[in-house]
Design a protein around this ligand. Structure first.
Ligand SMILES: [Zn+2]
Length: 383
């Protein structure tokens, strides 16, 4: 069983079990146990797998490099939000290392803002813009040594919620920084998941396995020899009409490790409310679909993302005959034996298409209409 990623305690209890449909070549497993640490109250997911399985999953997933050609408009807004938080801690000569830099969007923005000393580090491929705008180091997120770059600040945005062995990562981050140097971490704020249930269980997915409150992120910093400089709770642009609650912590590498015990049991209560709200939402979606479909049992699903994996894991979808999952950039060939493909020109015209998205449903509907497909289109219940 997984130990607590923040305090390492092995005492935890399960608060929820999430079943997903998974790609047939998937290596992580289709069942996640969402657990609450009995010592510090941190919430985390356990799929019973090792870091190695996650490394293989991320290596085969192209999602994190999809913005190689440059970030989207929303992504740019998200990065600007990060920059605003960072700006007070930077000067023209600051050596900035972006840990988990993906396509390099944040470093590009920093370059535009006049920063000259930029390094990206990521387990994925070297971003195309890397040689022009910043240096790049190819590395594992759990086994690395960044001392040679002499960073003044290491950034990790949208990274810590993915890492199985956070203790190891924190050890290496600490030893990569000289005393007095800074670490900036931004993660989704799990204590506020319940405030924005748009897509059921959107925050419990195959990738997000650490669910932090600000108390837990601070605890992780302090237990690993970082003195807290600032904690910022804010909302970060996520889609055109959704701002996602996030927590940012900046810590200074101190000479000694002097852990201060913190405990927040209120996180479990917030997560339990989130689970009931998500459950209600999922029930509404399925009841509404049942009405819309009537006697039809054959459907196409448009979109092969995390919501589709949850829908396909429900008994309702197991009764339907899903003929194909249409996805613009498929990362797998089959899910539960169902073909996943970008092909849409040979669809049977009478079979309804279910749009498997809540956040982008209208855009996708416009896109499908633009393609001239005659199929009945069903959006998911929006509430
Ligand atoms: Zn704990």
């Amino acid at each position: 069983m997984r130990s607590c990623p923040v305090c390492q305690s092995i005492q935890s209890h399960e608060i929820f079990k999430m079943r997903f449909a998974v790609p047939d070549d998937f290596v992580i497993g289709n069942l996640q146990s969402v657990r609450s640490c009995q010592n510090c109250g941190m919430i985390f997911s356990d799929a019973g797998k090792m870091q190695e399985a996650y490394n293989r999953y991320y290596a085969s997933s192209i999602k994190y490099t999809a913005d190689l050609e440059g970030p989207s408009e929303i992504e740019t807004k998200r990065l600007e939000h990060v920059y605003q938080e960072l700006a007070p801690y930077l000067n023209a000569n600051t050596v900035i290392l972006d840990f988990g830099c993906g396509g390099g969007g944040l470093l590009s923005l920093l370059a535009r803002m006049g920063q000259k000393n930029l390094i990206g580090a990521d387990p994925g491929p070297r971003p195309k813009i890397a040689t022009r705008e910043f240096d790049f180091a190819h590395l594992s997120l759990t086994e690395f040594d960044l001392r040679e770059f002499k960073p003044d600040i290491i950034l990790a945005t949208g990274v810590f919620e993915h890492i199985l062995d956070l203790q190891k990562t924190m050890d290496h981050l600490r030893s990569s920084l000289d005393p007095g140097k800074l670490l900036y971490v931004q993660v989704p704020d799990a204590s506020k998941y319940e405030c924005g249930v748009i897509s059921p269980f959107q925050d419990f997915n195959l990738e997000h396995i650490n669910h932090f409150s600000s108390t837990h992120l601070m605890q992780l910093f302090e237990a690993n020899g970082f003195e807290i400089i600032t904690v910022i709770e804010s909302r970060s642009p996520h889609t055109a009409n959704y701002l996602m609650p996030v927590i940012s912590v900046i810590g200074k590498r101190s000479k000694q490790v002097s852990p201060i015990a913190r405990n927040s049991n209120s996180l479990e209560g917030s997560i339990l409310s989130y689970i009931s709200a998500s459950d209600r939402r999922l029930d509404q979606i399925l009841e509404d679909l049942e009405k819309k479909l009537g006697t039809k049992s054959e459907v196409y699903l448009w979109g092969g993302g995390q919501l589709s994996l949850k829908l396909l894991g429900t008994p309702f979808f197991q009764k339907l005959r899903v003929m194909r999952i249409i996805d613009r950039s498929p990362t797998t060939r089959t899910i539960n034996g169902i073909e996943v493909s970008e092909k849409f020109t040979d669809l049977l015209p009478d079979v309804p298409i279910i749009i498997a998205s809540t956040l982008h449903a209208s855009e996708i509907q416009q896109h499908i209409l633009g393609l001239g497909l005659p199929n009945p289109l069903f959006q998911l219940f929006q509430g």
